[in-house]
Write a protein that binds this ligand. Structure first.
Ligand SMILES: [Zn+2]
Length: 138
């Protein structure tokens, strides 16, 4: 059957996915860090490289009142790490200038979680240039 393999969707524009379990962990971490920021790295599945399956906490990541700071020199050499996630206690899931600078230097996909004082969460993913990216929750 080698000649007639089913067509894959790999040629479509980078169909990012995230597991619901991973997303829920991100929301919980973002809420429990409120009013401070939560920051971590995003790791994909080793086989399905478009599916984010877990977050990696960086040693030395500071959860600040203003902004999570990523110590990129402490990054593990790990190609399954594709980007970052951090929360905005301002509840606005839009990248700041500092975020855009980070996005342009590291990673392919970045998630920002807006957390309100009432525990409501919103989220949006961005590419390296700060353009909105759709991620399918699976
Ligand atoms: Zn930010």
């Amino acid at each position: 059957m080698g000649l007639f393999r089913r067509k894959t969707t790999q040629h479509l524009t980078h169909p990012w996915k995230i597991t619901r379990k991973c997303l829920e962990l991100i929301f919980e971490s973002s809420k429990s860090n409120y009013p401070k920021e939560f920051g971590a790295l995003l790791r994909v599945d080793r086989v399905d490289k478009n599916t984010i399956i877990e977050v990696v906490l960086l040693p030395g990541t500071i959860s600040g009142d203003s902004h999570a700071i990523f110590y990129l020199h402490m990054l593990p050499i790990d190609y399954s790490v594709v980007g970052t996630v951090h929360s905005h206690p301002s509840s606005i899931a839009r990248p700041s200038d500092a975020d855009l600078d980070l996005f342009s230097h590291f990673g392919k996909i970045h998630i920002i979680v807006g957390v309100s004082a009432y525990g409501d969460v919103s989220w949006q993913a961005y590419d390296y240039a700060g353009r909105g990216v759709v991620i399918e929750v699976i």
